[in-house]
Design a protein around this ligand. Structure first.
Ligand SMILES: [Zn+2]
Length: 126
């Protein structure tokens, strides 16, 4: 889904934000006249177009703070020591399957991450 500019309609926390990442353009408190407000909206829109979505709003961020290596980190480590991405993914999947005794929930998550990882490799993002 392409990110869109979203208005936060909260009197305490007004501003423009991105629908798919943590980018935010808060409304300055001194903004009272309509002309200034229009200028602010234009600035927000141009800043929004220039920003690059980096922090997707997903539970991934929470998992990253844990000490357990995420599947993607595991794969990246293997790639760094010279494995091809496809082989690294397979090795990591085997490792996870062993460690978690093929727990279907864990395996489903790992496979989803594996697919996501390979897709990013294809798109040249890794
Ligand atoms: Zn964004």
């Amino acid at each position: 889904m392409a990110p869109t500019l979203v208005w936060i309609d909260d009197p305490e926390n007004n501003g423009w934000t991105c629908s798919s990442c943590s980018w935010k353009y808060p409304v300055p408190t001194f903004l009272s006249n309509p002309e200034a407000r229009k200028a602010y909206d234009r600035l927000a829109a141009s800043n929004f177009r220039e920003h690059v979505c980096e922090l997707p709003v997903t539970h991934q961020d929470i998992e990253d703070t844990s000490t357990a290596p995420t599947f993607t980190k595991r794969v990246m480590k293997l790639v760094k020591v010279g494995y091809k991405p496809k082989d690294a993914v397979q090795i990591a999947l085997d490792d996870v399957a062993l460690e978690h005794r093929n727990d279907p929930k864990v395996m489903a998550q790992a496979r989803a991450e594996a697919q996501d990882f390979l897709q990013r490799v294809r798109q040249g993002r890794i």
